[in-house]
Design a protein around this ligand. Structure first.
Ligand code: URQ
Ligand code: ZN
Ligand code: ZN
Length: 480
C-alpha cells in the first residue's frame, strides 16, 4: 500500500516548502520534488493545498463512564469523526475509580480502544493513593508506554485528587520521568458554591458557571504550578479557560519553570452567554468544566497561544446526548459534564486563528499537532511531515468551506457547540497510517485500524538529575 501526495505545499511547525510526499507501509519514506515512485502508488493531488501533520488531540474521553452515564462517542465513532476533521491521533484518559487498581483500569480502557479507527494513547488518572498506586505508576511507565498522569483537582466525592495525592503523585512522576497533568479547579470551592446556588433555588444550567467562576480555576492552576515547582517536576495544565490561569502559567514560565498549557477550541470562541439561553437543552448541551467564560477571557487565551504560554489545543471531547443531559433537568449539578469537538477543532482553529492572522500556518501546525507530540514525547514519529515519520497526514484546502452542524457531523451526538458556524479551510484528505481514510467528503474509517502509541518517559534526564543529587548530597533524604 503506497501513496504519493503531489503538488502540495508542506507546512511543518518550523518550515513551509513545496514538495511531493511518498508513503509506504504506513510511513513517510520520501519527500522531494517530482518524486519518481512506483506506478502502483495511489496519487493524491494536493494542488493549491497544504500538506500538514495529522492533528493530535491530546484530550478526549471516548465512551467515558461519568456522572451516571457513558459518553456517547465510543473509540470507533469518536476517532472516525476525528479523521473526518483531519485528526489522526488522540490521547485519551484511563480514569480508575478511587480504589480501583491502575493496571486493571488501564487494561479495561485498552480493550475498549481496540476498535479505534485512528492511533491513540492514554494519560492515566491518579484518583487515589496507596503503595500499589506508587508501584503501578512505574509499571505503566516502564512496561506500557505511559508518560503522563492526570489529576482532577475538581469533582469532589468522585475522582478529585487532594493535595496529598498531588504531592505524592507529582514526586512519583519526577522519579519516573513522567509528566503530571491537571484539571485545575478547586473542587472544594465548586462543591460549596454548587450548594449555595441550589439553596438559592438556582437549579438550571445558569448555575453551572456561577458555581465555578474563573478564580476557582486560577487558584487551582497556581497551586498545582507551585506544587510542581516544589516537587521539581514539569506540569501540563489541561483545558486552560481563563485569564487567571494564563497569568499563573505566564508568571511561572517567565520564572523559567517548565509549565505547559492546553486550550480547547471551544473556549477560544464560545462565551458564557450560552448558559443564559432559555432553552434547557441548548444551555445544558454546553455544560462542561471548566465552563465557557465571559468573552474577555478569549482574548487572554489567544494571547497565551500567540505568546507561547499555551502550547497545545484540544477538545476534551466527551459527548452526551440531550436525553443524557436531561438527568440534570432539575439540578444542574447532575448534568453530565462534557461537550464534543474532535471533528471540528482543526477547522475552527484555522478559521478563527489563521484566517484572522492570529496564527501563522506553522503556528497552527504547532498548536494542533507538533507541540503535543513534543510534550508527550512522540515527536517526530508524530507531529511532523518528515522521512521516517508515521504517515499521518492531512491535506488542507484553504478555500474549502463547511457549515458545522449536528445534522451533518460524524460525531455520535445530537448537538454541536459550533452549530451553524461556517468555516473556511477544511481537510480534503486525511491519511492515517498511510491509508486515505477521508477524501472529499467520503469517510472510509476502518474499525480497529488504529494502534496504541507508546510514549517513552523522559527518565534519562531525571535519572541523571537524581544520580547527580545523590552524588552532591550523599546524605540527602532518599526520594521514594
Ligand atoms: O473534566 C473533564 O475533563 C472530563 C470529565 C470531561 N468533562 C468536562 O466537563 N470537561
Ligand atoms: Zn477536565
Ligand atoms: Zn477531560
Amino acid at each position: 500500500m503506497s501513496i504519493v501526495i503531489r503538488n502540495g505545499t508542506i507546512v511543518n511547525a518550523d518550515h513551509t516548502f513545496q514538495a511531493d510526499v511518498y508513503c509506504e507501509e504506513g510511513k513517510i519514506v520520501a519527500i522531494g520534488q517530482n518524486l519518481d515512485v512506483p506506478s502502483t502508488a495511489e496519487v493524491v493531488d494536493a494542488s493549491g493545498q497544504y500538506v500538514m501533520p495529522g492533528g493530535i488531540d491530546p484530550h478526549t474521553h471516548m465512551q467515558l463512564p461519568f456522572m451516571g452515564t457513558v459518553a456517547s462517542d465510543d473509540f470507533y465513532t469518536g476517532t472516525a469523526a476525528g479523521l473526518a476533521g483531519g485528526n489522526t491521533t488522540i490521547i485519551d484518559f484511563v480514569i480508575p475509580a478511587p480504589g480501583e487498581p491502575l493496571l486493571e483500569a488501564y487494561n479495561k480502557w485498552r480493550d475498549w480502544a481496540e476498535k479505534s479507527a485512528s492511533d491513540y494513547s492514554f494519560h492515566v488518572a491518579i484518583t487515589w493513593w496507596d503503595e500499589s498506586v506508587h508501584a503501578d505508576m512505574e509499571t505503566l511507565v516502564k512496561e506500557h508506554g505511559v508518560n503522563s498522569f492526570k489529576h482532577f483537582m475538581a469533582y469532589k466525592n468522585a475522582i478529585m485528587a487532594d493535595d496529598e495525592v498531588l504531592v505524592k503523585s507529582f514526586r512519583r512522576c519526577m522519579e519516573l520521568g513522567a509528566m503530571p497533568t491537571v484539571h485545575a479547579e478547586n473542587g472544594e470551592l465548586v462543591f460549596q458554591l454548587q450548594q449555595e446556588m441550589l439553596n438559592k433555588g438556582i437549579t438550571g444550567p445558569e448555575g453551572h458557571p456561577l458555581s465555578r467562576p474563573p478564580i476557582v480555576e486560577g487558584e487551582a492552576a497556581n497551586r498545582a504550578i507551585q506544587i510542581a515547582q516544589v516537587m521539581d517536576v514539569p506540569i501540563y495544565l489541561v483545558h486552560v479557560s481563563c485569564k487567571e490561569s494564563v497569568d499563573a502559567i505566564t508568571r511561572a514560565r517567565n520564572d523559567g519553570q517548565r509549565v505547559y498549557g492546553e486550550v480547547l477550541a471551544g473556549h477560544l470562541c464560545i462565551d458564557d452567554s450560552v448558559y443564559r439561553n432559555e432553552d434547557f437543552e441548548f444551555a445544558a448541551a454546553h455544560v462542561m468544566s471548566p465552563p465557557f467564560r465571559p468573552k474577555e477571557h478569549q482574548n487572554a487565551l489567544w494571547k497565551g497561544l500567540q505568546g507561547g504560554n499555551l502550547q497545545t489545543t484540544a477538545t476534551d471531547h466527551c459527548a452526551f446526548c440531550a436525553e443524557q443531559k436531561a438527568a440534570g433537568k432539575d439540578d444542574f449539578t447532575k448534568i453530565p459534564n462534557g461537550t464534543a469537538g474532535v471533528e471540528d477543532r482543526m477547522a475552527v482553529l484555522w478559521d478563527e486563528g489563521v484566517n484572522t492572522g492570529k496564527l501563522t500556518m506553522n503556528e497552527f501546525v504547532s498548536a494542533t499537532s507538533t507541540n503535543a507530540a513534543k510534550i508527550f514525547n512522540i515527536y517526530p514519529q508524530k507531529g511532523s511531515i518528515s522521512e521516517g515519520a508515521d504517515a499521518d497526514i492531512v491535506v488542507w484546502d484553504p478555500e474549502g468551506t463547511r457549515t458545522i452542524s449536528a445534522k451533518t457531523h460524524h460525531q455520535n451526538v445530537d448537538f454541536n457547540i459550533f452549530e451553524g458556524r461556517t468555516v473556511k479551510g477544511i481537510p480534503s484528505h486525511t491519511i492515517s497510517r498511510g491509508k486515505v481514510v477521508w477524501a472529499n467528503g467520503e469517510l472510509k474509517a476502518v474499525q480497529g485500524a488504529g494502534r496504541y502509541v507508546d510514549r517513552p518517559a523522559f527518565n534519562p534526564v531525571f535519572e541523571a538529575l537524581n544520580k547527580q543529587a545523590e552524588l552532591n548530597e550523599p546524605t540527602a533524604v532518599k526520594r521514594g
